[in-house]
Design a protein around this ligand. Structure first.
Ligand code: ADP
Length: 460
């Protein structure tokens, strides 16, 4: 096992990785921007190195500064967390060349899955169903129209280098496709420096079901079951749960096998997630693979008892998986609510600032992963997610009751958060019955706009 690693990230995931390292007896080095000097990850790590100015481009995305910090601190490996450089194949390559272990897959696997057009093609050849769509990137408006007419409207234009729900446009007819094609390209160019787009059939009312994968260097690949991440806003996840209320044992087996095949098609190593859309008829289609640890990984940890970050460290250190597919037991139900510093009833406007007072829920089956503390100031430069509330129960009903109770206990004064929205979701009869799809949140927001409970907005 490693003796010392560097965490090239911030926020709750940096704290999460430090915790796993401490339990494994690994010393940790935090890196931070000038805006994060007072951050929890800086305080919890054994060493901390400032790598630049607040904007990510000047710090958390600066490969040369991070590598210099790793060399100065003399670490054996780097954990990239999620976001920032975690899916940057060049960064993984630089680490490989500098003899620093990148805690994640090879740069080749990141590259193969990072281009979503190439990823579709690779997994399709391996026998994994993909959403019907274009064979490759669509480079002219005429071709876009030809493909859309062939597969039939509605369609969705997506960025080949996409992520975070950006660079996507739904089109219901020729004129909206022409408009969507150009806006998606412009957005993709701006966000990812790559204007390439492709077209998929737009699946109506789908569920987003993803499978957690672990793979070691000896070629053993297992899945840790699914997470239902259908509760989204603008294609960004808000709530995740496992098991999915929509899956039968049979479907779980089929999708799990397909997820493993997808990982094997790129000789995947370490933790990753294979994402699918499930349509109303029970057909599933691969949409992408995320080649890193995900925000929602705790949900899987709660139902399997497997510490995914520790497994990432073990795999990167060259250890074999200590269990096979049959050894993985699923027990109970877990749900996660993402706590963002945003005003959900004012178009999710970011709400950075000082947390004047904070009370974190506790008790049996309640887990809070966060870098916040009372008096902490949320800087305006980064993602607005400030914590995750995860509740576990022996079944879904208990997990939901616990989540309702824990959300009521969570007090954050000084900033607006998504907590009141989660309270609304948890009350919804359809959600409670497990009946929801990716458009659930938008519908709920539209329906509930005039009757927003103002007291809970203030309280939280
Ligand atoms: P990103 O990499 O930006 O997260 P994904 O391909 O993972 O993009 O898709 C994110 C979300 O967008 C999905 O969970 C789903 O809600 C929606 N989406 C993507 N592709 C389709 C599609 N073909 N039909 C319907 N919804 C889609």
């Amino acid at each position: 096992m490693f003796d010392k690693i560097l965490i090239a990230n911030r926020g709750e995931i940096a704290v999460r990785v430090i915790r796993a390292c401490k339990e494994l007896g690994i010393r940790t080095v935090a890196v931070y921007s000038k805006a994060d000097a007072g951050s929890l990850h800086v305080q919890l790590a054994d060493e901390a190195i400032c790598i630049g100015e607040p904007p990510s481009k000047e710090s958390y995305l600066k490969i040369d500064r991070i590598i210099s910090a790793a060399e100065v601190a003399d670490v054996e490996a780097i954990h990239p967390g999620y976001g920032f450089l975690s899916e940057n194949a060049h960064f993984a390559e630089v680490c490989e060349n500098c003899n620093i272990k990148f805690i994640g897959p090879t740069s080749a696997a990141i590259r193969a899955m990072g281009d979503k057009v190439l990823a579709r093609e690779t997994v399709r050849k391996a026998g994994v169903p993909v959403v019907p769509g274009s064979d490759g990137p669509v480079d002219t408006e005429e071709n876009a129209l030809k493909i859309a007419r062939k597969i039939g409207y509605p369609v969705i234009v997506k960025a080949a280098g996409g992520g975070g729900g950006r660079g996507m446009r739904v089109a219901h007819n020729d004129p909206s496709l022409v408009k969507g094609y150009h806006t998606a390209r412009t957005e993709a160019e701006r966000a990812f420096g790559n204007a390439a787009v492709y077209i998929e059939k737009f699946i109506e009312n789908p569920r987003h079901i993803e499978f957690q994968i672990l793979a070691d260097r000896k070629g053993h690949v297992v899945h840790l079951g699914e997470r239902d991440c259908s509760l989204q806003r603008r294609h960004q996840k808000l709530v995740e749960e496992s098991p999915s209320p929509a899956l039968t044992g049979d479907l779980r087996k089929k999708m799990g096998k397909a997820a493993i095949r997808a990982a094997e098609s790129v000789e995947y190593v370490n933790a990753g997630t294979v994402e699918f859309l499930l349509d109303e008829q029970g057909n599933f289609y691969f949409i992408e693979m995320n080649t890193r640890v995900q925000v929602e990984h705790p949900v899987t940890e709660e139902v399997t008892g497997i510490d995914i970050v520790k497994e990432q460290l073990r795999i990167a250190a060259g250890e074999e998986l200590g269990f096979g597919q049959r050894d993985i037991q699923f027990q109970g139900a877990a749900i996660e609510c993402r706590i963002n510093a945003e005003d959900p009833f004012n178009d999710f406007r970011p709400s950075p600032g000082c947390i004047e007072f904070m009370h974190v829920p506790g008790g049996h089956g309640v887990r809070v992963d966060t870098h916040m503390y009372g008096g902490y100031t949320i800087p305006p430069h980064y993602d607005s997610m400030i914590g995750k509330l995860i509740c576990y129960g022996r079944d879904r009903r208990v997990a939901l009751e616990r989540m309702t109770r824990a959300l009521d206990e969570f007090i954050l004064r000084g900033v607006k958060t998504t907590i009141p929205l989660h309270q609304l979701i948890l009350k919804d009869p359809n959600f409670r019955r497990g009946r929801y799809s990716t458009n659930f949140v938008e519908r709920l927001l539209t329906a509930s706009q005039p009757s927003v409970p103002t007291n809970s907005t203030e309280k939280n």
